[in-house]
Design a protein around this ligand. Structure first.
Ligand code: PMP
Length: 302
């Protein structure tokens, strides 16, 4: 039986339920996280990747929505490890914490209401292909920081992602790329994006209506420190993606996902590029606790 953490208690997953009147269901007023735990078969150990960083981001975002989780980062990490020990996965696992406006009052507002908080875990292999994606620019623009901040990982903001991802799938693409309202490259529906230009990495800076991805920041460190690559965060125009040597998406779910085609144009040679392949390999070593220097990014569960 799977267990969930639900409003201060561990309960059977089937009992973790909310009313249809819940404000967050009606108005999208919730902040969530996506965290991965990796099974290391050699060590018979489950490692949660960058657990405190995910909760630091979440609590910051909860502050924007005035949500009061009632736990600090340390407590949230301990609850998560406890939940995993109860569910005992021996495979790659996804962890989904969510803080939400739990009151049933009518009307969208963020004061005078209670906060609910829950965590559940599910097995998760690859979220999207890791062998070479075909992507297309969406006709939907990325939500902007002064309307629904993409930085905050708000449930309501994922309507924007769902519209773009659906359009992409219906057009025969694997994933969508968003442009900002100003027409610069932003991110995918659930991934940050990197280009390789002249052998160096370029990625949209934090003012381009993106989520401040934890994979993105991990890769920036890994690429600079381990591969000696220059990484620049800056505004990127649409056609710069067309002329890039390599393109890849990254995220907790997507991990490092090479892009081989953009808007029906091959990226570079149209095959997974050598720099992307090296980054993908390095990342998968780091998340499983196989890279001693980055072992502190991995929280052991057992
Ligand atoms: N952008 C969006 C919109 C996302 O949903 C995600 C997945 N959480 C990412 C980027 C990647 O963020 P992270 O590396 O922290 O998972």
């Amino acid at each position: 039986m799977q267990t969930a953490y639900f409003n201060t208690q561990f309960v059977p997953l089937a009992d973790a339920k909310v009313s249809i009147r819940t404000n967050a269901l009606q108005y999208g007023t919730a902040v969530f996280e996506g965290i991965r735990a990796y099974w290391n078969a050699t060590e018979q150990q489950l490692f949660v990747f960058r657990l405190p960083e995910h909760y630091e981001r979440m609590l910051g975002n909860c502050g924007v929505l005035k949500l009061k989780v009632g736990h600090d980062v340390k407590e949230l990490c301990a609850i998560t490890v406890d939940l995993l020990r109860q569910n005992q996965p021996k495979e790659d696992t996804y962890i989904r914490p969510i803080a939400y406006v739990s009151s049933e009052g009518l009307g969208p507002k963020l004061i005078g209401y209670d906060t609910g908080f829950a965590i559940y875990t599910i097995p998760l292999g690859d979220y999207i292909g890791t062998a070479g994606l075909k992507v297309g620019f969406s006709s939907w623009r990325r939500i902007s920081d002064n309307s629904i901040p993409a930085r905050c990982k708000l449930t309501g903001g994922y309507v924007n992602s769902a519209l773009a991802k659906t359009e992409a799938l219906e057009q025969g693409y694997d994933e969508a790329l968003f442009l900002t309202h100003d027409g610069y490259l932003s991110e995918g529906s659930a991934e940050n994006v990197f280009l390789v230009r002249d052998g160096a990495l370029v990625t949209p800076d934090l003012s381009q209506d993106i989520l401040e991805g934890i994979t993105r920041s991990s890769l920036i460190s890994l690429c600079r420190e381990e591969l000696g690559l220059r990484v620049t965060e800056r505004a990127i125009g649409r056609t710069e993606v067309y002329v890039a040597e390599e393109v890849f998406l990254c995220g907790t779910g997507a991990q490092v996902a090479p892009v081989v085609e953009v808007d029906r144009r091959p990226v570079g040679t149209g095959k997974v590029g050598p720099i992307t392949a090296r980054i993908q390999q390095l990342y998968l070593e780091a998340v499983k606790g196989k890279h001693p220097k980055y072992r502190h990014w991995c929280t052991p569960v057992y």
